[in-house]
Design a protein around this ligand. Structure first.
Ligand code: GAF
Length: 386
């Protein structure tokens, strides 16, 4: 709320007028990593950190956007040929605007200001929150009606096509459809969702490793291509397989010998992670936190050893967390190569855990981490400030 109040007054100072305010949350993924682009299952929660947009109509066909985080302004003429991507924060904004226009939504000129409290490069999905808040705010302002799931898909396409990151739909979907106090089991093929309540006996604790490795987007796209290769090689034996979602761990054990070693390990992560995610959602619904924690630990091992998307710092953080009293489980969260880890901790032990894990990580790596509680929050919405 403080962020929104500050944004409102900065908007008025710069553009004048009375803006509408919107908030799109970041996310933490409890389990189901690198399964979304394999048509599989994920279990993320939207969090209380978010990207905010203040927006008001202007009287011409320009879309002017100022980012408080970067202290930069960019401009887009809605009737001119589209700009080219330039590896800049504005690519996420323009990608969404272009896709809205391309899909026939009539946009009006607008002034927009952006701010947020999501740490950058922390793997908490600041870029998807940016896409979603821009799309939602513009649609609201211009009187365009779009369903939340359709908006998530549109934002994902913007990132795939304009930014060049071949991400799945998890981040955009949870930012659009998050439910307060719940994680959301998402079937990334049908886009069906099932909210799973977070047990008040447990606390989600995010640990930002403070490292963000450069290779994240190229390695991400490479993993996706490896999964597609696995499907190509398995499909002669497994008729009707469209994605790794359609392969069971037993089928992979039976036919995996046709795959080169690296591809087999990538596929093994995905098929076992899908099974873990469904089991974890059930455990959450049953209030079985110890089982949930064991699945988180297994997920991390699989991401580290088979999928190879963890890094030394995240492994240290997870290792330290898993050894502490009162911790049900811990794992890296998000795309990997740095960013954040997540621990599920007994609510009563959370305070102590947060102090101790910070000290232990600093001692082991020389880095000062950010450690904070995550509260599952609602998806994108308009914010009213007094
Ligand atoms: C990133 C992507 F954007 C998501 O789509 C997802 O694949 C995730 O990495 C890994 O689970 O956040």
């Amino acid at each position: 709320m403080n962020c929104a109040i500050d944004l409102q007054s900065r908007f008025v100072e710069r553009f004048g007028g009375a803006p509408r305010l919107f908030r799109a949350p970041g996310r933490v993924n409890l389990i189901g990593e690198h399964t979304d682009y394999n048509d599989g299952f994920v279990l993320p929660a939207a969090i209380d950190l978010a990207t905010y947009a203040a927006v008001a109509p202007c009287d011409d066909r320009r879309f002017v956007v100022h980012s408080l985080a970067y202290n930069e302004t960019v401009e887009f003429d809605l009737d001119a040929p589209p700009p080219a991507p330039r590896r800049h924060w504005s690519d996420y904004v323009f990608g969404v605007v272009l896709n809205l226009q391309r899909e026939g939504f009539a946009l009006c000129g607008a002034d927009m200001m952006l701010a947020g409290d999501l740490p950058m490069g922390a793997g908490l999905s600041a870029s998807a929150a940016l896409e979603v808040v821009v799309g939602y705010a513009l649609c609201d302002l211009c009187g365009v009606s779009i369903e939340r799931k359709a908006l998530a898909l549109l934002c994902q396409r913007a990132e795939n096509e304009f930014v060049g990151m071949r991400c799945g739909v998890m981040d955009q979907l949870i930012s659009c459809c998050g439910v307060a106090d719940h994680a959301l089991l998402i079937d990334c093929r049908s886009l069906e969702t099932r909210p799973a309540p977070l047990d008040p006996k447990a606390q989600l604790v995010i640990c930002n490793t403070m490292v963000s490795h450069e290779l994240a987007s190229s390695e991400y796209n490479k993993r996706r291509a490896e999964c597609e290769r696995a499907v190509e090689l398995l499909s002669p034996m497994l008729k009707g397989v469209r994605a790794l979602r359609d392969v069971s761990p037993e089928q992979l054990a039976l036919h995996g010998a046709v795959l080169p070693d690296v591809i087999l390990r990538r596929a093994r992560h995905v098929v076992t992670e899908n099974a873990r995610t469904l089991a974890a959602a059930q455990a959450l619904e049953d209030g079985d936190l110890p089982s949930f924690g064991r699945l988180m630990n297994a997920s991390h091992a699989s991401l580290r050893d088979d999928y190879e998307v963890s890094c030394a710092e995240a492994d240290v953080m997870v290792d330290l967390a898993q050894k502490r009293e009162g911790v049900f489980g811990a794992r890296m969260t998000g795309g990997g190569f740095g960013g954040s880890t997540l621990a599920l901790v007994e609510a009563g032990a959370a305070e102590h855990f947060m102090t101790r894990i910070g000290e232990a990580y600093r001692k082991a790596t020389g880095l000062t981490p950010q450690i904070f509680r995550a509260t599952p929050s609602a998806g994108v919405q308009r914010v009213m400030v007094p």
